[in-house]
Design a protein around this ligand. Sequence first.
Ligand code: ATP
Length: 280
Amino acid sequence: MTVQFIAPISPASHLSAARITAFAGYHAEQCRVEVVAETGSTNADLLARVASGDRSRALGAPTLLAAQTQTAGRGRAGRAWLTAPSAALTFSLAWPFAAPLQTLVGLPLAVGVAIAETLADFGVEVQLKWPNDVLQGGRKLAGILIETATAPDQQLWAVVGIGINLAMPEQLQEQIGRRTASLPAAAAQDRDLLLGSLLSALAQTMRQFENAGLAAFVERWNRLHAFAGQQVLILDQGKTLHEGRALGIDQIGRLLLQTDGGSSPIAIMAGDISLRPKED
Ligand code: ATP
């Protein structure tokens, strides 16, 4: 006789919109929370709904969409964000954006601060890599991808997509090819609590950012800077554009880089460029 062992699905891996909303509390009172078992990309879903003229799908309020499993997660410039089923927190927050469009370049930095400070409340110390990654011990734990869409009524929406690794099967790690980190099990014991806390921090961040821009986040970001004072390379499609000592970010979110021989630091804008520690 063959005995088939079916692993019980841990209740911890099932997200509940009602519990997430309750944990998010009053800071996210105006936010709707939706949970789906599986989707391609939570960012793509929300962007499509913002742009859609179909009233039944339209977003009337800031909306958090969380997917238990995301099958076609995205990074910057068409890169892929890969996760195994139920082994990551993958979610996006769509927010009607009231600040000027040009301030958006600083938003991933503010969101990084919100994630790092929330994880610290869960006992997890992380660092930030300019412009949009969350690292733990030099390994990528979470990614941030912010995209925008304009609704038929001309309202601009920012869609803040976040993926946080909870586990990384060996095969997937090989596929990604770069070192990754996963959240310690204790921090993700109650995923609804973690997601609710992140939503609360993100809602506060979005409001603060709309009112005062990046100013409230610059010092906090620099305290969390993964490569402060270290030699780094700025790469464009694998080619070194700049090399120097990473000092931190300025008031609009550019990375200040002290190049060899330069009298004052140069300021790098986040386009589709990548940063690497020099010895990587
Ligand atoms: P770079 O690290 O070069 O600056 P990036 O930070 O812009 O790039 P993103 O586009 O945000 O990277 O994310 C996609 C990249 O992240 C992929 O090319 C891959 O290297 C890596 N990656 C994909 N999935 C994961 C994951 N689950 N955990 C950690 N890293 C991942």
